[in-house]
Ligand binder design. Sequence first.
Ligand code: PMP
Length: 397
Amino acid sequence: MSNEELTQRWRSALADNYGTPRLPLVRGEGTRVWDADGKEYLDFVGGIAVNALGHAHPAVVRAVGEQIASLSHVSNLFVAEPPVALAERLLQLFDRPGRVYFCNSGAEANEAAFKIGRLTGRRHMVATDGGFHGRTMGALALTGQQGKREPFHPLPGDVTHVPYGDVDALRAAVTTDTALVVVEPIQGEHGVVVPPKGYLEAAREITRATGTLLVLDEVQTGVGRCGHWFEHQAHGVEPDVVTLAKGLGGGLPLGATVVFGEAADLLKPGHHGSTFGGNPVSCAAGLAVLDTLAAEGTLDQVKRLGERLREEIEALGHPLVSHVRGAGLLLGIVLTEPLAPRVQQAAQDAGLLVNAPAPDVVRLMPPLIVGDDDVDVFLRVLPGVLDEASGERRAGE
Ligand code: PMP
């Protein structure tokens, strides 16, 4: 099977959800993936969804294999150990008592948060411009990207979107009728947008004053991505609800809505659930992810390598690079021109996978187990990629 063959079969059999070219991949190991023609790539974007531990991590492979060989059954009639252990482990990492609702994706995790909001008896909700919370109807109602919302009006709920990072706008929008405020600690899909210092703290203060739930969507920033278990922990903020997915499942579909305090009692038996949410196999993978990240001290490495990437990319002094923003290993290279799609393509040609969430932002989200050797390769290849995307070729090439 070749790249061309797989691409043709994809085009004739699968819906094109995203309308963007897709690289036909057949294998992954660690920080590397291979396409159907056998070309190798350094994967600096797989962490977006695939997993924290890179491709085919032995701890995940073992945990999934053992679990599926012993018990993969899910039902509303039984309790298995892996979801219990994973919920206990998550609450330990939050260092607060609470309740965990497992599901299969980020959108579903936010749907549960939406339902919890409804159960407060208040109808109004506040979310942010540019925010992304998923593509199911409730999650889309919270999402602040017009193009994605437009075709689906009317969307459920009475949602006000406010400019991200603007404390005054948030304060003006939130009243004692507001059920919840939902915010990403860093807006990943919108281009790794980092709010001004003190924003999450202000959101907590504003919501506390009005008895409004603060929901933090950590689907992209959580599970070690930004150098802390959860990014809000870097700000000393205690949210009422945190939503998780992506890296949590080690490559398997797994999401979680973690609820603290009185909000944890709003959903009553019969209100919520899903067949595969909290299935033992995905939860065994999730436990392997958390165990491995903790045992290998990966979070310190995430902080160090994130800083190294930021400093060394900026130090290149390339005219196409304005600056680098983000936290840990969720980084956006902000360009001086809207050439991010060209950078993505030039990088792919050079055997490097990155993506372009905005026309002028190149996003880096490598697996968290990335090493200095991988960063060396990235930094060696990047200047040529930026030259190529700018339409220049360096002398001698
Ligand atoms: N929230 C955030 C912050 C996300 O980045 C995403 C996915 N990009 C989602 C929710 C939706 O997750 P999923 O695709 O698993 O539904």
